[in-house]
Design a protein around this ligand. Structure first.
Ligand code: AMP
Ligand code: MG
Length: 326
């Protein structure tokens, strides 16, 4: 069975093709990189509209298949930016109708977890999902993926990107800050903001920018932001693992590529006799393969949707999905 998945919740439009054993036959994407300012939903949607058809063709080429070989079309139904979601949903509907194959809308956050289970040995992990717009600690309990902790304001990636942007660095800022942080080890005071199982980052952004105005170096700030923000994330992830009694932790989302975050979560895991799993970078960021794979799992479990049922949901919550395939 071959599934094609289209991702397009935010800045990245991606198309992936996977088979029933979670072999990734293709995973191609293009990310909107605004020259200045943040991501405008309409601009991102236009970007996706221009690129989605070429990317579909490219994915088939990379996989070495014809589109007629596909058995299922999946797409990211939410959460995300409305215009982007609608663009990708329209492309998915057109493709499914023209090929006369089933279509399934997939929850983007659930897909980050499922691809990790698909390509690593993780069976029942707590997912620390750290991306541009989202920051959540998710685990499976009683038939659903439940959110045990999350950001109360901006996503961790957004903190890194916004700080970088305000300091005149390019987008995405996360990897640039990671490199700058390697050059220093002086910890500046920044607010450590954990509230119960939740975290908040906007105060740290304000504080870091204020320190910058007062002459703190970019390297010291990059180092300090990483140390404090990642420690907060590691703390709530560990507490979730203890609460739900899980011995695996999985990283997902673009920030999961960060070596220092991997090091901190990895250390926490080994200290409690647990194991950390990190999917390859191309499967951590927003990508079509994770959508294809989750769609395939859903389809195998008997989930079906009519075209009418494929309306997008900007606020599609992780725990709204009935996980019948586990
Ligand atoms: P996503 O939203 O999951 O596609 O991931 C994009 C986010 O990941 C952006 O906010 C990037 O700045 C961030 N990111 C990518 N690579 C790294 C890295 N090495 N360290 C920190 N953040 C990163
Ligand atoms: Mg994502």
């Amino acid at each position: 069975m071959l599934a094609l998945g289209i991702e397009g919740t935010a800045h990245t439009v991606g198309v992936g093709i996977v088979d029933e054993r979670c072999r990734i036959l293709a995973n191609v994407y293009d990310m909107l990189r605004p020259e200045k300012g943040g991501i405008h939903p309409r601009e991102a949607a236009n970007h996706h509209a221009e690129l989605v058809v070429p990317l579909i063709a490219k994915s088939a080429g990379v996989a070495g298949i014809e589109l007629h070989d596909l058995d299922l079309i999946a797409f990211s139904q939410g959460p995300g930016l409305g215009p982007c979601l609608r663009t990708v949903a329209t492309a998915a509907r057109a493709l499914a109708l023209s090929l006369d194959v089933p279509i399934l809308g997939v929850n983007h956050c659930v897909a980050h977890l499922e691809i990790g289970r698909g390509v690593t040995d993780a069976k029942d992990p707590v997912l620390l999902y750290v991306s541009g717009g989202n920051t959540q600690v998710i685990a499976f309990a009683r038939g659903r993926y439940r959110v045990f902790g999350e950001t109360l304001d901006i996503g961790i990636g957004n903190l890194l990107d916004k700080f970088a942007r305000e300091c005149g660095l390019a987008f995405p800022g996360g990897p640039i800050l990671e490199n700058l942080a390697l050059q220093r080890s002086r910890l500046l005071p920044l607010p450590y903001s954990v509230k119960g199982m939740d975290v908040a980052f906007s105060g740290m952004l304000t504080a870091a920018l204020a320190l910058r105005t007062h002459g703190a170096s970019l390297e010291d700030l990059a180092f300090s932001i990483q140390e404090v923000a990642f420690a907060m994330l590691t703390e709530v992830t560990e507490r979730a693992m203890a609460h739900v009694d899980k011995e695996e932790v999985l990283l997902g989302g673009g920030v999961a590529r960060n070596r220092r975050l991997q090091e901190m979560v990895g250390r926490m895991a080994s200290d409690r006799g647990a194991t950390m799993f990190v999917p390859p970078g191309d499967l951590c960021i927003d990508n079509g393969a994770m959508i294809a794979w989750t769609g395939l799992e859903m389809h195998r479990a008997g989930v079906r949707m009519t075209i009418r049922g494929t309306t997008v949901d900007q606020r599609y919550r992780t725990d709204e999905v009935s996980v019948t395939w586990r």
